[in-house]
Design a binder for this molecule. Structure first.
Ligand code: SF4
Length: 84
């Protein structure tokens, strides 16, 4: 995966509240098969779903991260530091 900003989703703990989908529909959808949100264009590794995001998508995903009631969305910069 090339270097850019990324979202990391600890999907197992998702309670399906739909806030991330409402706030950042470019990057999230609800998987109706298990009622949990899913990150578009993501790769799964050890239960963590990771997707690259473009610069214009960052702000909406920071809002999703701040709004997620279980705190399982992280937005990371190019160096792997969490953005808040
Ligand atoms: S905001 Fe958090 S808990 Fe709600 S659907 Fe998205 S990832 Fe799941």
């Amino acid at each position: 995966m090339s270097k850019g900003k990324k979202i990391v989703h600890q999907r197992e703990d998702c309670i399906g509240c739909n806030l991330c989908v409402e706030l950042a529909p470019n990057n999230w959808f609800m998987d109706l098969s298990d009622g949990k949100a899913k990150l578009k264009r993501s790769e799964e590794k050890n239960g963590l779903y990771v997707a690259e995001i473009s610069e214009p998508e960052v702000e909406a995903n920071l809002r999703a991260s701040q709004s997620c009631p279980v705190g399982i969305i992280k937005v990371m910069d190019e160096n792997g530091n969490e953005l808040k």
